[in-house]
Design a protein around this ligand. Sequence first.
Ligand code: PLP
Length: 452
Amino acid sequence: GMTPQPSPEAGAAVKAADRAHVFHSWSAQDLIDPLAVAGAEGSYFWDYDGTRYLDFTSGLVFTNIGYQHPKVVAAIQEQAAKLTTFAPAFAVEARSEAARLIAERTPGDLDKIFFTNGGADAVEHAVRMARLHTGRPKVLAAYRSYHGGTQQAINITGDPRRWANDSATNGVVHFWAPFLYRSRFYAETEEQECARALEHLETTIAFEGPGTIAAIILETVPGTAGIMVPPPGYLAGVRKLCDKYGIVFVLDEVMAGFGRTGEWFAADLFGVTPDLMTFAKGVNSGYVPLGGVALSQKIADTFGKRPYPGGLTYSGHPLACAAAVATINVMAQEGVVENAKRLGETVLGPGLAELAARHPSVGEVRGVGMFWALELVKDRETREPLVPYNAAGEANAPMAAFAAAAKKNGLWPFVNMNRTHVVPPCNATEAELKAGLAALDAALSVADEHTV
Ligand code: PLP
């Protein structure tokens, strides 16, 4: 429908103020060159020169129903007119209804909802709840994970962004979760990887002292670290270990939740119910900041007669909750979760496998629903990554060339280390996915030039 009106002067002003005054996350401020975005709709956004991009990143994997869905925009406008804000100690319609709709969809008895402003603070609170519930100090978390940028959440995170932030007195112990393609367990099959990863986790528990461990936290499907769908039986095995040792099982569904995997929650793929589950992002397609923790009755009961010592000024903000209510209703009415499952199985998965068959730079394709990763390699035999772990500058040139080629072909790609993640909106159409696959095809030819 829309025809973007090019306005390079307006874009230049936006860019100039950004460079003068906006301090960007995770960045060396002098080395970045952010694109000035003029607008967005559905699966596309465009700049002030009128160049349109198909967004295969869903922002930061949060626009699960695309940009500017008219029903969600209208719901935000209506809520703003009715009651823009209200303090968290009161019962407010939008908050009550959002909690009800979320609780209706979460697995098992995860029926109490604590609202936060985003994913990291959801993780902070989940860990705090687990520590208070058990009276134990430690948290076990996976290498190759991302749980957020606040202090405790970054300490739990298993990626290089933790290195400069680690307080080293945080009670976090890292372990290896299953990842067959780069197995830490010398496994050759998913069954071996699963069994050995569980044995490694139980050994870690034994040597840390079961009575000292409050929680095991895992992303149901690790996202930022590479979309490693766990082998069947792994999460059920972790559930069993948690029950055996009285440890709280926390699943972080900030990225994997709300349709991304073709289920409402990724836990549904495995039939597993954690004790606490974090969410954010897709809960309202990221239109207004919102996250939260879904609590089991057991953990909620810990704070039945004793106060929960934590909270946020904007917990359950009416605008964010109204956006969540509208988003969840749109997802249900428009079959967005089913769309992610169906097109993941019939278009995206097979399309990516077909690219992998023709491009020597693709070491592995993995994923589910609208949640896929291509692991790019220099050498398929040795599996040497296309760029070294945590590469920057010149060492990262092959991935930069890949990304530039994708953009030249109208596709905005998600790039992390030696991978591209294919994470379009969950309501993307077959035609959009095919256009994106064609652009990826061209960009992979550039990556191929850097293989042996
Ligand atoms: N947990 C997971 C699994 C995530 O993917 C993210 C963000 O990408 C977070 C937590 C942190 O969420 P936020 O950036 O909203 O604080």
